[in-house]
Design a protein around this ligand. Sequence first.
Ligand code: WA2
Length: 270
Amino acid sequence: VASTDALKRRELLASMCDERSRLVQHHFNASMNHLQALAILVSTFHHSKNPSTMDQMTFARYAERTAFEGPLTRGGGVAYAVRVTHAGRELFERQQGWPIKKMYSSEVRGQEEEYAPVIFAQGAYKHVISFDMLSGDEDRANILRARESGKGVLTAPFYLLNNRLGVIMTYTVYKFELPSNARPQERIQAAIGYLGGIFDIEELVDKLLHQLTGNPSIMVNLYDTTSEIPIRMYGSNDTDTDSGLWHVSPLNLGDPSRKHELRCRFTDRP
Ligand code: WA2
């Protein structure tokens, strides 16, 4: 017979876990709005003006000043990559004054048809400028999915160039405004650049959870559960799953094709 104490404990865990999941979700939502606004900024001042009235410094300062307390300020950042065709590569490199670089030098790929070098970056991610984002598997898949869907898309967690575990959310910038029912092929053709939000998961969730001083204290793990084998994005490797009381809170990070959840348990015993 479950005692009322045990029941209360279960309810407390559930409400604490839900509160944490809402906090993380809220910050992803806020970031998505920010990223969409930055995509419009680039479209307006870089692509719709000739010559462009946007530069690296302006982009970085604007992104920082409009991030407020958003998660992109917490170890994260923003980067913008432009579409460059193979035929346009030489002229592009001459204009930029630097060559397009591959992300992982060991990787052998044949002749590329197109590239997505980063031209603007903010925060701790200026080192990605000039790297071709189509030359990394996770970034490539994310960009291709973003441009044919017209929606914000999220990668699975992976190790970024700075060796931090992160996820990237990408929005596509198009040459002209497309109707919401545009076909994937039309979208692919009209794509001219990719605005990415870079989330440093550990730093972000750490700082968010730090705002809530839970008593009793709980352990929180964040998982990507899109595929059958869940990927841990945050939290310690706790295999003590038979200690009984776990609560799972759903989490919506803005890309319906990826699933996430927060798993919580008390760190003390009753
Ligand atoms: N940004 C920063 N560090 C990375 C990275 C990345 N991608 N990939 C691996 N390490 C410009 O989706 C477009 C940013 C990709 C956006």
